[in-house]
Design a protein around this ligand. Structure first.
Ligand SMILES: Nc1nc2c(ncn2[C@@H]2O[C@H](COP(=O)(O)OP(=O)(O)OP(=O)(O)O)[C@@H](O)[C@H]2O)c(=O)[nH]1
Ligand SMILES: [Mg+2]
Ligand SMILES: [Zn+2]
Ligand SMILES: [Zn+2]
Length: 369
């Protein structure tokens, strides 16, 4: 079994340590299709064992991009900031100067009428700000889940070896699975492991696809550490991913009132007037509007009906407070959780979020700028 790779996640298989990555029971060795971890994910939707280190992820990405002619960097439109951690610049810049294309995934979640071009333009601008000096050879918004025209996209990549890289959970393996499906039957026994747990892919897997005359490398996802999910256990992190169209809720929020985003964050209107707000978040989160004092209490008490994560994760979160003024045409974003836009006038907000989560004000991601 020496140097045998799990086709689901790319880890080197071993039968010596059941707790270490790549474990396959001895009696299954040789016949096992995937490692025990992939097996548990695929059949029981459970995650077991330790994750490989971030250093090992970096090594895998360096190895894959150095072998490839092109890098496809996958981003999640729902969390642009969490898709581009500024300290990845050195890693993303390929040694041989191979071109980099940006794919903005999960566009099936966009509210109706939002144009994909808007998202493409937005993420290309953010790219320039976060990775100055690293140019993009193209950007395209798509949905690994629902894309109907992958073949057209792949035509222009014919003849290339391509490394798929990006943050954990943006949908790299899902995109690969979509392409494999389109390629035809020869890979029906094998497919990359996909799950809502961050860190599903643990090493490099290689996929020659004769129909499209391309060879793809899937790689482990990077963990920026600044997304809300990065502070949670794998199950809770996955449960915060939006699965259907985003929840978009409008409120006339009076002064001294607040909106709670589950029991994970609170946004207080500290201006002297009411403001029309729009919140974009995953459909699974309870959004609750109440007065200032009640909001404080609820965020502290974290009642079951508001609860978004397990009690253990919730206890470990340390809260911090920041203040922002948000103008029409801007969003107040909380990485991995969603964002709030204001409609009629600039408004001051006080925000309580778990320390370590990136928050800030940006030009509106969706809607007129
Ligand atoms: N709505 C939607 N969900 C998607 C899409 N692509 C992937 N997902 C979901 O995103 C989650 C992560 O998908 P993966 O393909 O495992 O992501 P990954 O980038 O390979 O993650 P790692 O292997 O952990 O780095 C899963 O719950 C997928 O179902 C998409 O186009 N739309
Ligand atoms: Mg993956
Ligand atoms: Zn595996
Ligand atoms: Zn948890």
């Amino acid at each position: 079994m020496k140097d045998q790779i799990c086709p689901g996640c790319g880890i080197t298989l071993q039968s010596l340590d059941s707790q270490a990555p790549g474990y396959v029971p001895k009696n299954k060795a040789g016949t096992a299709v995937v490692c025990q971890r992939c097996y548990q994910i695929k059949h029981y939707k459970k995650i077991t064992g330790e994750r490989v280190t971030e250093e090992s992820n970096h090594q895998a990405i360096r190895a894959a991009t150095s072998k490839a002619d092109l890098t496809l960097l996958v981003a999640d439109f729902f969390d642009p900031e969490g898709s581009f951690a500024p300290d990845w610049a050195e890693l993303i810049k390929t040694g041989g100067g191979q071109p980099i294309k940006l794919l903005v995934n999960k566009s099936d979640l966009l509210p109706p009428r939002t144009k994909r071009e808007e998202i493409e333009e937005y993420l290309a601008c953010l790219w320039q700000r976060r990775f100055p000096g690293i140019s993009l050879a193209g950007v395209r918004a798509l949905s690994a889940k629902e894309e109907t025209n992958i073949a057209a996209m792949l035509k222009e990549l014919s003849g290339l070896r391509i490394a798929i890289v990006g943050a954990a959970n943006v949908g790299k393996s899902s995109l690969l699975a979509r392409i494999i499906k389109e390629n035809g039957r020869c890979y029906s026994q094998k497919s990359p492991t996909i799950s809502s747990f961050p860190g599903t892919t643990q090493g490099i897997t290689r996929w020659p696809l004769p129909k499209f005359k391309i060879e793809l490398f899937d790689t482990p996802g990077l963990i920026p550490g600044s997304r809300i999910g990065d502070l949670l256990c794998a199950e809770c992190s996955g449960s915060l991913l939006p699965e259907r169209k985003l929840q978009v809720k409008s409120w006339e929020l009076p002064e001294d009132n607040a909106v709670l985003i589950g029991d994970l964050a609170g946004v207080w209107n500290t201006s002297t007037a009411a403001v029309k707000t729009v919140i974009f978040s995953a459909e699974s989160l309870t959004l609750h509007w109440t007065n200032s004092r009640k909001a404080e209490e609820l965020l502290k008490e974290s009642p079951q009906w508001l609860r978004a994560v397990c009690a253990r994760d919730r206890r470990a979160l340390q809260y911090t407070e920041e203040k922002f003024t948000v103008k029409p045409g801007e969003d107040l974003y909380i990485s991995g959780l969603g964002w709030l836009a204001v409609k009629n006038k600039p408004t001051r907000f006080r925000v309580e979020v778990p320390a370590g989560v990136e928050i800030g004000v940006r030009p509106s991601l969706i809607g007129k700028r």
